[in-house]
Write a protein that binds this ligand. Structure first.
Ligand code: SF4
Length: 443
């Protein structure tokens, strides 16, 4: 057990976040004002100074360097852009003050260059909309989202409440003169709704929110087994130009292990259906670090997915969070897979760059294998504005549905305020009036 002493609780929090990236949580202890600790960090510096001292200490103990250095936050891309906007040299600062590796600085540079190409409305009245459908066919082992097994009865009751919230948000937007710049339907798996419900829902989204200022309308399909020609036509008729079909892996053994209950063949069929339906932009998610996967498994999945021709490919790193089943059944998987993930991400960078894709947004999460990152790649010109806005935190997002968290942007202070809905969908239905009242007060 290694011991470190820091001057106060704020330093303790930040140093502990860094320590977790080097060692299991039961291998270190951080104290406030403990002169007998192995490393004693005194007052006088900011918490980044403390993290640098701790970094040197842990590096000596473990012999490890971290790709993201002392950066523990989830949005390094935002930091890069902020440093640039201030007139600093972001790459020098990230290397010398945050110890970020050359590879990750190169990634941030490419992401920032991609984002600079995307046109955004500077109009503060142009907001983003998120609508969540918290149902899936089954629950994935690693899932930590608000996701429930779909049934007709549950979907009907849920949509009734959601429609009430949508009407209320429309009223709020009209009163404030706001328009929807982008609309994102997420989940869960929105395409787990049956065709009748999906049509009623998407037609209502279109009728309430889509106008001449709307530049983007995305429906996350996610699970390939829920995609049919009929649902794709409904999505298209509602005016959505972007969908996701998420393989995660093209290996049957892995799909079985993570509880996906679909086959690689169903993934291929879903892509063929999307091609026939002429959906303009299809995104495919893959995950690095899945149980039992080796770098060659990931390379093989990625090569096949590139061959399926999606305009966007998002490469996630496995994150095993407390709300997932995986944390109970295989809590060590993320740490075990860290070296594989490093190789997989390097392979993804090389293969996607060769295939003409550019990285255009990225973020990190807690509990990720090797503390790496998720990266959204796209063929130039197919970037998702919604994804960029979410990462840059520079726009109000009105979020509807169970578990949805609205974010109100205050440009003068460059800060966000959160207005959450409850995450349990039954409680959401019961307390829909309260959810609407929260929005009336907060948005
Ligand atoms: S498809 Fe997504 S939301 Fe649904 S169970 Fe799997 S990880 Fe969770």
């Amino acid at each position: 057990m290694y011991s470190i002493s820091v001057p106060d609780d704020k330093h303790k929090y930040h140093v502990a976040e860094l320590a977790k990236m080097f060692l299991p949580e039961d291998h270190f202890c951080i104290y406030v004002g403990q002169p007998d600790a192995e490393l004693v960090i005194g007052a006088g510096g900011d918490y980044n100074d403390s993290k640098r001292r701790a970094y040197a200490f842990f590096k000596k103990i473990t012999g490890k360097d971290l790709d993201w250095g002392i950066l523990t936050g989830v949005r390094p891309g935002k930091l890069y852009n902020e440093l640039k906007a201030k007139g600093d040299d972001p790459e020098k600062v990230l290397k010398e003050r945050y110890y970020v590796s050359d590879e990750k600085i190169r990634l941030l540079r490419r992401v920032s260059e991609s984002q600079a190409r995307v046109r955004r409305s500077p109009d503060p009245k142009a907001i983003g909309l998120y609508l969540g459908i918290p149902f899936c066919p089954t629950r994935c082992q690693y899932c930590s989202f608000t996701s429930n097994q779909i049934s007709k009865e549950a979907a009907t009751a849920y949509l009734k409440a959601l429609f009430t919230e949508m009407d209320a948000v429309r009223g709020l937007m009209t009163r404030k003169g706001q328009t929807a710049e982008s609309i994102y339907i997420g989940g869960g798996t929105p395409t787990s709704l049956d065709p009748e419900d999906l049509k009623a829902f998407l037609d209502k989204v279109r009728d309430l929110f889509v106008d001449e200022n709307t530049v983007e309308f995305t429906v996350e399909g996610g699970r390939p087994e829920t995609i049919t020609a009929e649902k794709l036509q409904i999505i298209k008729d509602a005016g959505a130009g972007r969908i996701s079909i998420n393989p995660q892996s093209m290996k049957q053994r892995t799909l079985d292990l993570i509880g996906r209950r679909h086959t690689p063949e169903q993934i291929r069929e879903a892509f063929a259906l999307a091609k026939d339906a002429q959906i303009p932009v299809v995104n495919a998610d893959l995950i690095t670090g899945l149980p039992e996967e080796e770098p060659e498994d990931f390379r093989s999945s990625l090569a096949e997915v590139i061959g399926l021709g999606p305009a966007n490919i998002t490469v996630h790193t496995l994150a095993v969070k407390k709300a997932s089943r995986m944390i109970e059944e295989d809590p060590g998987v993320a740490r075990r897979q860290a070296d594989n993930v490093r190789q997989m991400l390097a392979d993804a960078d090389r293969m996607l760059t060769e295939a003409g894709y550019e990285p255009y947004y990225m973020y990190r999460q807690k509990h990720m294998a090797g503390n790496f990152e998720n990266v959204g790649w796209c063929l130039p010109g197919t970037e998702s504005l919604y994804n960029i806005r979410i990462m840059e935190e520079d726009q109000t997002i009105a979020a509807m549905g169970a578990g949805a968290i609205s974010k109100v942007y205050f440009p003068e202070e460059n800060r966000l305020e959160r207005v959450p809905n409850v995450s349990n969908y039954q409680i959401y239905i019961e307390r829909i009036d309260e959810m609407i009242a929260r929005k009336e007060a907060g948005l």
